[in-house]
Design a protein around this ligand. Structure first.
Ligand SMILES: Cc1cc2nc3c(=O)[nH]c(=O)nc-3n(C[C@H](O)[C@H](O)[C@H](O)COP(=O)(O)OP(=O)(O)OC[C@H]3O[C@@H](n4cnc5c(N)ncnc54)[C@H](O)[C@@H]3O)c2cc1C
Length: 567
């Protein structure tokens, strides 16, 4: 690490957490609210301006404790209405918190960072505005969900797929990109494969990024940069504008695909060698669609509930029982999976040989599964749909410690074990009603440090998680996701039952220690929860002041999502 990037001696990277975040000075939300509500009703219709306490309570509820009250909710139906809503908010200095579908589970759901905001879900804006098979893209509004796009592509018999995330099928595409979320497939770094943002500022000004700002330009949906400064990035993980439109690039169906899975034992050298091999495969482009590397608990929690009876009611999971469950499920201490995308079977066989030679000596049970239907280009085959469909299977991990309100088929095969399919779509679960983590009292918060992809760093993070979670009464539930060719994002989950007295407090104490330790160790997060946004990362430059000036210029009344990403 470059010495100047280290925290100064005696200082930590992260400054302390505020117990409660307040609006910036000058915002008189409560007194200004009635007049703003009247104007919003006139602008978008009374039915779309809501103040019913049950709804506001729901919007302020996340998968961890929140004390922010939601003042109202407004649901604009198109860009002109968004613009009108923003202008009204600016005029009255009422803080507005836009969300796409508000399923930011584990990072804050739809709940604003600070108290007293009006939440503005964009779920009514759910049109797919443009689709081009030849150039493989789709242009969407913020309310378009993963499932909606999937069905749209299926209906058209498209030979294109979107690399969906492991979150709910009813999560948005745009909200996820704006968090710089991780999907699956070759475009798993989602923000790197989008362009043509339409952004409305708090002032009501409208920006179109890249070439979409030039009337008649025919490459607006095909080229990211445009000419001159490139602004798309400043509207991600920020609070500088409301994104009302975006183009997402889609991945052409490969001529050949082979999913592979493997497991790794507890030996340090096996872990180091496997991670080195995965890095080399990523750097050389063989694993262009990334990989997932899960510890035993990450998989167990999607396959079963906490074994309360066997554990004699004790938490965290005793080490011997953990080993026994691992044995029963045929899992390794670590379990990897990836997908080979190739032009044709011959190309695929060659890539498969390279993967086998690289990983084979270090891992156990390396298995490949080929999808013949896909190889034949039969996109109507159910197996192809499974391969790329959004799914609820990963959500089961949020119910791990829940004893009541369990989804009906809790034992649904999650498809994440060795030999199972890769990608978010593996193992579709079937529930009569979609899972809703906020509604069901699931406790869940993510801590997601970014680390260099090698054994030494992974072991530091894993040892930290094992130690900190155990001492707070939780399980070390860890996934590693390739993030580019050189780094991995460790997705650490604290999953608990919010209805158990004291559990919220214990989980937050554990989370704060994890975040602090990752920062101290030099592993900043890839994305922040609203709780983490209440503290700030120590930095060695003038960026914070510059960002503050940018915020003041683009949002002079400071009404847009105050506190989001500490801005
Ligand atoms: C079990 C589980 C698995 C998950 N798997 C993944 C995964 O694989 N990859 C991943 O990335 N995430 C994952 N998540 C996290 C999360 O659920 C997803 O990222 C989800 O897509 C975010 O919710 P959303 O799309 O509704 O975004 P929203 O909640 O609507 O948006 C997120 C934030 O972005 C801002 N925002 C949203 N829309 C706009 C807009 N139009 N203009 C300006 N600002 C806006 C808001 O501040 C909002 O709070 C997972 C969560 C769980 C519980």
């Amino acid at each position: 690490m470059h010495p100047s990037r280290r925290a100064p001696r005696g200082e930590t990277w992260r400054l302390p957490v505020n117990t409660r975040a307040h609006l910036p000075p000058g915002q008189e939300a409560e007194s200004a609210l009635p007049a703003a509500l009247d104007e919003w009703r006139a602008a978008i219709g009374g039915a779309h301006v809501r103040t019913d306490p049950a709804l506001l309570d729901q919007l302020g509820t996340a998968t961890y404790p929140t004390d922010q009250r939601v003042a109202a909710a407004i649901y604009p139906g198109d860009r002109q209405q968004v613009r009108a809503c923003l202008r009204i908010a600016t005029r009255h200095k009422v803080p507005l918190y836009p969300v796409s579908t508000g399923k930011n589970w584990g990072y804050g759901s739809a709940a604003p960072v600070v108290d007293g905001c009006v939440v503005m879900p964009l779920s009514r804006m759910n049109r797919i505005l443009d689709y081009d098979e030849e150039f493989a893209y789709v242009t969407v509004e913020p309310g378009v969900t993963q499932l909606q796009l999937h069905n749209y592509l299926i209906d058209r018999g498209a030979r294109l797929f979107a690399g969906f995330t492991g979150s709910t099928p009813s999560a948005s595409l745009i909200g996820n990109v704006l968090e710089r979320g991780l999907g699956s497939g070759p475009y798993n770094d989602r923000f790197s494969h989008v362009c043509g943002f339409e952004v409305i500022l708090a002032t009501g000004e409208i920006l179109h990024t890249g070439f979409t700002r030039y009337p008649g330009a025919v490459t607006g949906e095909l080229h990211r940069w445009g000419v001159g400064p490139w602004l798309d990035g400043i509207f991600t993980q920020s609070n500088l504008g409301v994104v009302t439109r975006m183009t997402l690039w889609l991945t052409p169906m490969p001529g050949y695909v082979a999913r592979f899975a493997f497991s790794v034992g507890e030996s340090r050298s096996a872990l180091d060698n496997t991670l080195n091999a995965l890095r080399q495969l990523s750097l050389s482009g063989v694993l262009g669609s990334g990989f997932l590397f899960f510890n035993d608990l990450r998989i167990l929690t999607t396959q079963q509930r906490y074994p309360w009876a066997e554990a004699g009611g004790r938490v965290p999971l005793p080490a011997d029982l953990r080993r026994e469950l691992r044995r029963r499920r045929g899992l390794g201490a670590w379990n990897g999976r990836g997908t080979i995308h190739a032009v044709d079977a011959r190309h695929g066989a060659e890539l498969r040989r390279i993967v086998t030679e690289s990983l084979g000596p270090h891992v156990e049970r390396l298995t490949f599964g080929e999808d013949d239907q896909l190889s034949q280009g039969n996109t109507s085959s159910p197996s192809v749909l499974d391969w790329c469909a959004p799914s609820e299977s990963q959500l089961l991990m949020a119910y791990w410690r829940i004893r009541e309100n369990e989804p009906a088929d809790a034992e649904t095969e999650s498809g994440v074990g060795p030999g199972a399919g890769a990608g978010a779509g593996a193992g579709i679960s079937h529930h009569s009603a979609p899972m809703d983590l906020d509604r069901d009292g699931c406790g869940l918060i993510w801590s997601c440090p970014v680390l260099p992809l090698n054994g030494r760093h992974v072991r530091v993070v894993v040892d930290t998680v094992e130690r900190v979670t155990r001492s707070h009464g939780f399980e070390a539930n860890i996934g590693l996701h390739a993030s580019g060719e050189r780094t991995a994002v460790a997705t650490v989950i604290l999953a608990y039952d919010r209805s158990v007295e004291g559990e919220d407090d214990r989980a937050m104490a554990c989370y704060d220690v994890l975040e602090q330790q990752f920062s101290d160790l030099g592993y900043p997060p890839y994305r922040m929860s609203t709780r983490a946004m209440r503290s700030s990362l120590h930095a060695n430059d003038d960026m914070s002041a510059v960002l503050r000036r940018l915020k003041n210029a683009l949002d002079p009344a400071g009404i847009l999502a105050p506190g989001r990403y500490v801005l």
